[in-house]
Design a protein around this ligand. Structure first.
Ligand code: SER
Length: 885
């Protein structure tokens, strides 16, 4: 039987023999693409080729791509675990033709691979073809059906709807009809009873799609219409896990050698059996599948540089991790962090194929463990909240938990509905599911409205002298001004604001990428000047953001970058490289870049390191960077270098970054990195480097914030000004530190003296007030307005309570530095027997001093703004008390 690794290799070898170039997998976490968070299909990394903005050579390619389907158009999350063939993370085997072979070639090769190489039985294979769609104005794909007839009998060709047989990457973008190959792996007896063709696309676990051949012919535009692509593209995707299951003759993807190691390890760790249907609602197997699947998704994301977090991609990863935690918690009896214990198994299984896992094993384990622990604490809180809600329901005789509460549990504590339902059911309650769904819907709409961003289609600009260049040339490494024309533009509307995006033929503008913010500047000619407020990067191009379109977009312009800002960013980016180098020297080689942000006036650098940096380490790093700054090391840049050569130069590559075959190497002395950013011409341009913050961002990840050059100069001036001002307060004393220390000593001893005077004064006041206690309605009443501090008033009230333990009503109006305060103290019997409440009385009377407050039944205070009302407020408390006794 072929192992999973052998199957993967055989796919690559087969397509290599068909003249395909074998490509590495792109990272699973996508950076620098505003339209997609995760790679959800093998074709993502070729999107720009398909849309014609990057050269298609070589035209035949194949790969195995790590994908994640948990958000957006393709989302399988809730299915995972419940069945045996959905996954969040999976590998997709694919082959591509960019304007080379089309339907016939794709169909013939797919068939040859499945039947000749993998030896699948043709009788078990069914294929689908697009049946056409009236609303799209598209005919049935007779062409594909014709080619399939060469390989399969007519009754193995099945028409499929637009839903199943028209593949689209997202709401807009490349798309086209597709043919899927389905495999019937049921027993002979079952096949004899029910023909396989009736089970295709019917969610039968044994008759499943294994390969999707997409014939990309169109681009879906924002208005919903389809436009023909300039070349035909083949995009095929075969779910690796499903294929392995078919070849290994297993009933479930989880029974293959891809997943079994995790299941065995979980059985060993928990003492439970995967097959055991007697325990935990029969959900042990579901939970083990969930954990095995999610472990892979979360670990690969972390290795690609995406940590669990509160927003965007980070939040998606956090949700996946939490889903695993609560399955393990509920069905595998794991009340403590558990999933991280499986990381060694993962690294053992996949670390050879994906070295990023091996290199970052410690980080992955730590992050997962810490996230698990944090969520388990939240789970505990949620469970006690639910217990309380159930107690209340019991008291009221209610049997259904309302949907709003269930939703609150979901929203604040990450409690999925099924967990709430399970706990409720165990206690004899149900959950109002409909109401929960409504709340969920409302929240989705809120989120959609907040994020809604609509882009119109690109409008091509016709130039008087023709010429239809579509690829943009970036010239920003050498120029900050360049003559250009606008190739196309589109309008974008977000939250009622709108702006335009422009693509130029030549541009010196750097689009936001790799943490460096985009350039701003102007487009100018004799007629007009248009401000470029930002530049983003999309599909490998700089996209320039402007508030207004030029009046004559077809004209020639000069594109001029704001060089002040550009130089600030460049210096900060170079400083980031030096910082990265110095951190490795000072802390060790385990330091890996985990995030970076570079703008004209600041820089931020996240990296793996497991404890807080000491002051000495920070200084050592600063000194090393500043030494390199003073050496004024010139930029040594190698553009368009083969990646192998770059590695020989010792260039540091980052995990989770997508590098092509040819890369740019940026070197400043010993610091050598693969980088596409804009840099200083020499380190001297940094001027000076100063760390201004060091903190933790997640388990095992530290963040440094720093400033350079002019920003440091400003910081220094500010420091100097402050110091000068402080000195002048101390008569420009020479030994400023000594003088301040002496002042502090004096201040402390004076404070002590004042406190003791105050205590004596309070003691005297107490005696005076005690001599004036009035008996009213059986109460011993003390009231006064006094010029004392809030602390003294409190102290006095407590002393009086000690002296008069029964029937005491004490009301003190005090004022200090123009602030009035009302203090009410009662002896306990006044609360328990007379039902008086100091808090209520003080709240009522505080209105007279324009203030508010509260406290406990026996002691309460209220501050205010109006001193003149103080004695009226005291009287008010007295009158409330007397009328209630
Ligand atoms: N893009 C298609 C899919 O993801 C084929 O690769 O299914």
């Amino acid at each position: 039987m072929m192992t999973a690794n052998e199957i993967r290799d055989s796919f690559k070898q087969f397509f290599e023999s068909k003249q395909h170039t074998i490509e590495p997998s792109a990272p699973m976490v996508i950076k620098d693409d505003p339209t997609l968070m995760f790679t959800n299909a093998g074709m993502n990394q070729w999107k720009d080729i398909i849309l014609g903005t990057r050269s298609p050579e070589p035209r035949r390619r194949a790969d195995s791509q790590k994908c994640l389907r948990v958000s957006g158009k393709h989302n399988d999350l809730e299915e995972v675990g419940n069945d045996t063939y959905h996954h969040t993370m999976f590998e997709m085997l694919g082959n591509w033709s960019f304007g080379d072979y089309f339907k016939e070639g794709a169909i013939d090769m797919a068939w040859e691979y499945l039947v000749e190489v993998l030896k699948l039985n043709p009788e078990d294979l069914y294929v689908t073809v697009f049946e056409g769609s009236k609303e799209e104005g598209l005919e049935r794909d007779d062409e594909a059906a014709g080619y399939w007839r060469k390989h399969v009998p007519e009754d193995h060709i099945i028409n499929g709807s637009k839903h199943d047989n028209f593949w689209e990457m997202g709401d807009t973008g490349p798309c086209g009809p597709c043919s899927e190959i389905h495999l019937d792996s049921r027993s002979a007896a079952e096949k004899a009873q029910v023909p396989g063709r009736t089970l295709v696309n019917k969610d039968d676990p044994q008759v499943i799609e294994i390969w999707n051949l997409v014939f990309m012919q169109y681009n879906r535009k924002a208005d919903g219409s389809l436009e023909k692509l300039s070349m035909n593209v083949i995009d095929t995707g075969m779910g690796f896990e499903r294929l392995v299951r078919a070849i290994q003759g297993k009933q479930s993807n989880y029974d293959t050698d891809i997943f079994q190691p995790y299941i065995h390890e979980m059985e060993r760790l928990t003492g439970l059996k995967y097959e055991d249907k007697e325990q935990h609602n029969g959900s042990v197997d579901v939970a083990m599948r969930v954990v095995a699947d999610h472990l892979r998704a979360v670990s690969f994301s972390i290795a690609d540089g995406q940590l669990p977090g509160n927003a965007k991609a980070g939040y998606v990863i956090r949700r996946i991790l939490r889903r695993a935690v609560r399955y393990a918690y509920t069905f595998l009896e794991q009340k403590e962090a558990f999933m991280f214990k499986l990381v060694p198994t993962l690294v053992h299984e996949m670390g050879d194929a994906y070295p990023e896992l091996k290199a970052q094993q410690t980080l992955i384990s730590r992050v997962i463990k810490e996230e698990e622990e944090a969520f388990l604490r939240t789970l505990d809180k949620g469970i006690s909240m639910l217990d309380k809600a159930m107690d209340e329901m019991k008291a009221k005789g209610v049997k259904t938990l309302d949907g709003e509460q269930a939703f609150r549990l979901f929203d604040t504590y990450g409690f999925p509905l099924d967990l709430t339902q399970l706990i409720c059911r165990e206690n004899g309650f149900t959950v109002d599911e409909k109401q929960f769904d409504e709340e969920m819907q409302k929240q989705k709409e809120r989120a959609r409205n907040a994020a809604q961003k609509e882009s119109s289609d690109w409008v091509s600009v016709e130039h008087p002298d023709g010429g239809q260049q579509t690829e943009q040339q970036f010239v920003g490494y050498d120029y900050t001004e360049y003559e250009c024309r606008i190739l196309r533009y589109r309008k974008v509307t977000q939250k009622k604001n709108s702006y335009y995006e422009l693509v130029l033929d030549y541009t010196p503008f750097y689009g936001e990428m790799g943490g460096q913010t985009g350039d701003c500047g102007v487009l100018v000619n004799e007629e007009e000047t248009v401000n470029i407020i930002d530049t983003k990067r999309e599909n490998n191009q700089s996209v320039h953001i402007v508030n207004e379109l030029p009046k004559h977009p077809e004209a020639n312009f000069m594109a001029c970058v704001d060089t002040d800002k550009r130089e600030g960013s460049a210096a900060n980016h170079t400083a980031t490289h030096l910082l990265h180098y110095a951190l490795k020297q000072v802390l060790g080689e385990h330091v890996e870049q985990k995030g970076s942000f570079v703008s004209p006036d600041t820089l931020r650098f996240d990296f793996s390191h497991f404890q807080k940096m000491t002051d000495e380490e920070l200084r050592a790093v600063e000194r090393m960077v500043n030494d390199m700054v003073r050496q004024d090391i010139a930029l040594d840049e190698h553009r368009d270098t083969p990646i192998e050569e770059a590695k020989k130069l010792g260039a540091v590559a980052l995990f989770g970054e997508k590098y092509g075959d040819r890369v740019r190497v940026v070197r400043f002395g010993n610091s050598c990195e693969l980088c596409g950013g804009i840099h200083a011409r020499s380190t001297g341009q940094i001027g000076f480097f100063k760390i201004v913050g060091e903190s933790s961002v997640a388990a095992g990840i530290r963040r440094i914030e720093a400033k350079t050059g002019r920003e440091c100069e400003e910081m220094l001036y500010q420091l100097e000004d402050t110091l000068r001002a402080v000195k002048s307060l101390f008569n420009n004393a020479k030994d400023l530190q000594g003088v301040i220390a002496k002042y502090i000593d004096e201040h402390d001893s004076m404070k002590k003296e004042i406190e003791s005077f105050q205590a004596q004064a309070v003691e005297r006041l107490k005696e005076q007030l005690l001599s004036k206690v009035q008996e009213v309605n059986g109460m011993k009443m003390v009231s006064a307005v006094l010029p004392i501090t809030p602390d003294a008033a409190k102290d006095l009230a407590f002393k009086l309570r000690q002296a008069v333990p029964e029937r005491l009503l004490c009301v003190i109006g005090s004022h200090h530095q123009d602030r009035p305060l009302l203090t009410v103290m009662l002896s306990d019997d006044m609360v328990s027997e007379q039902q008086l409440n100091a808090g209520q009385m003080v709240r009522e009377a505080a209105k007279l001093i324009s203030g508010g407050g509260g406290g406990q039944p026996h002691f309460a205070t209220a501050g205010g703004k109006n001193i003149d009302g103080l004695s009226a407020a005291v009287d008010k408390v007295v009158s409330i008390a007397t009328s209630n006794t």
